[in-house]
Write a new protein. Structure first.
Length: 240
């Protein structure tokens, strides 16, 4: 663990820390913007044109936290390498490649609507998400059991939390279908029927719990990082 009274481990470490903090801030801030703008999409008293504009703002804002999520594991992995968390060479290669590959998927799916590879990229993006959800806890258990994370329990905690955040994102996608259908309809200039508005409201209600869980999880990630920099003895917290 880095002594909080010491300086950063060079310019490279300081730069990665700054990027890590920016990803944290823009993830949570972007999510708040998406949540707020979604309320205007759901307002039945607004004209389709107004709701369509709100939906465009919402979807464009949503790109920011999705990009942050895609890059977070790579940046965090590099950061832990700086402070001495051991990574096998193959694992470090995977950590470095994950961010750019996942970011490409996110950007392609946002900008290339209906592109030739859209279906394949969608499946690959979901594969990455499930690999993170399942793979991270297994990796944490493996490295904890081999004592590679024994001195870094805060890293284990952040990885488990990140796995949960990605799972929440998957669950949001699972329940967001009626909302997306309504967005497509209003962007085509259509007035939603009562049934479509009801389905939209129900969809938003279902995803809110997962949105709140993401906010709480990202907040806890930040708290863990701050406590670590403050020199908290995690062995007392986790009963080590």
């Amino acid at each position: 663990m880095i002594d909080p009274n010491t300086s950063y481990l060079g310019a490279g470490h300081a730069l990665v820390v700054i990027i890590h903090l920016l990803l944290f801030v823009y993830w949570l801030g972007g999510d708040l913007g998406v949540f707020y703008s979604s309320k205007f999409v759901a307002r039945r008293d607004l004209q389709p044109e107004t709701r369509a504009i709100a939906s465009k703002i919402m979807l464009d804002l949503d790109l920011v936290p999705r990009c942050c999520m895609a890059l977070m594991l790579t940046v965090g992995g590099i950061l832990t390498e700086f402070i001495g968390v051991p990574h096998p060479a193959y694992q470090m290669v995977g950590i470095i490649l994950l961010g750019p590959i996942w970011l490409f998927c996110v950007l392609y799916l946002h900008f290339a609507h209906g592109g030739a590879a859209h279906a394949a990229i969608t499946k690959f993006d979901m594969f990455i998400r499930w690999a993170v959800v399942i793979g991270l806890p297994i990796s944490v258990w493996w490295h904890w059991d081999s004592n590679n994370l024994g001195d870094y329990p805060w890293v284990a905690g952040k990885l488990i939390l990140f796995s949960g955040l990605v799972l929440c994102g998957i669950m949001i996608r699972r329940h967001l279908g009626p909302f997306i259908n309504a967005v497509v309809s209003v962007r085509q200039g259509n007035q939603l029927s009562t049934e479509e508005d009801d389905a939209l409201d129900k969809s938003l209600f279902k995803v809110r719990v997962f949105v709140f869980m993401i906010w709480a999880g990202v907040f806890l990630e930040g708290v863990i990082g701050i406590l670590n920099r403050s020199g908290v003895d995690y062995t007392k917290i986790f009963g080590g």
